[in-house]
Write a protein that binds this ligand. Sequence first.
Ligand code: GAP
Length: 524
Amino acid sequence: MQTFIFALIMAKQEDQFKKVLSHAKEYGYVFQSSEIYDGLSAVYDYAQNGVELKKNIRDYWWKAMVQMHENIVGIDAAILMHPTTWKASGHVDAFNDPLIDNKDSKKRYRADVLVEDFREKINQKIQKDVAKAQKRFGDAFNEEEFRATNQNVIRRQKQIDEISAELTRVQEESDLVGFKQLIVDLGIGCPASGSKNWTEVKQFNLMFGTQIGASAENSTQVYLRPETAQGIFVNFLNVQKTGRMKIPFGIAQTGKAFRNEIVARQFIFRMREFEQMEMQFFVKPGTQKEWYENWKGSRLKWHLSLGMGEENYRFHDHDKLAHYADAAADIEFNFPFGFKELEGIHSRTDFDLKAHEEFSGKKLQYFDHTENKSYVPYVVETSIGLDRMFLAVFSNSLQEEALDNGTTRTVLKLPAVLAPYKAAIFPLVKKDGLPEVARKIMDDLKWDFNVFYDEKDAVGKRYRRQDAAGTPFCITVDHDSLEDNSVTIRHRDTMEQKRVAISELKEIIKAEVDVKTWLQKIDS
Ligand code: GAP
């Protein structure tokens, strides 16, 4: 029975995810890259609406991170960097994924992802048991007690803990033989074919290499950056000196990063070319734990300000820390395929700056006037994938709503501050001077907001199109507008329609889409 329920949940998740994919294409948000040539795996293009949503998310981050903090500034470093950068950062030697092939299906997988997915299935069984018990016991239900006493939950949790411990061990010790043994011991089959006929586990470097130079003899091997962070580290002293920055201070950057991902699936969740929004916060050694907790809190608040449901976020504190980190956590989001990493917050110690000092022979130190001494600062990093944030916002917003009249509507309830178009303007009919009035409203509003004009089809159909595209307001000009200078404004989420003066439109829209209103929620 439980397997059946689990299969049903998975089918429902897959179904919802398929809807997200087709909606993203149909409404001009995301296209497969080079689609006419059958596409390029894990590479996507943002379409006319997608590019606006993506820009609005980036701006929302930049406003909160850079412009609202006097001690954080931005840069835009180049994608190509001196190749020694990647030697110093450890990416040449250690930016690897453990790979395993299935000999029968010829499919390639990340060994850690196979184990993690297996573990997540056990976790979902626990969630199911908890949900069932909660339903049975109602208000009297005590989840903590249930988890501590229910034999099925105890057994499954023990299994999860054992898997986690062994996964951490094989990763930390780079024990590739042990990695394969773990997969064999857990009886994990190929997700495509079920076959358990596996090769050994191998390491695979994720960086894309290319050449700079005109001829083969004189060319230099360079890499497309796999993270934007290193562009910040190598500019640390330039920014500190020219900006006369005092510790603690931050440097932020948004930009493309590239990884030759092996398991490229789940749409824009894991791409080969993607965009990061990162901030490195330079602090006095010894204060990093405090700043780490501080940034964990502020980043969660930033997410919550968008109103996508507190229950859809959770922290995952890392047991296995990278060699350079003394603390790390992910903010996970409830994607259509379950809770997955959306953002990472890492306390990176002085590892990167010290490594760049060593490899470049240049000092990367800060003179602290209050202490009267120089030191290499410690760094707390916040790093979020813009494309992942896009997927979180888009998938969470896409809803099918049952209406009172027995029909359904598809509505993309994007947070209004992020919506590509803030309002769509319609003349009721394409004659009698109505388009002229609608155009005039459009010409006035476009100075303040991105607005859309549509005069095709019946007005009800136009409303539905804008609901599905995520536009928060529709404004309809009718024959009365010619007499009384008023229009009908319809709200996407409530579908409520109100008659308002044309002169009031700007304020009504602003009240709902203004960045200030949204970001102020962080402090309240
Ligand atoms: N500088 C630290 C760093 O790059 P990361 O955990 O590897 O850390 C940070 O990446 C964020 O970048 C992730 O939380 C995720 O949102 C995003 N990201 C990483 N790989 C990605 C990929 N292949 N496709 C889309 N987003 C990715």
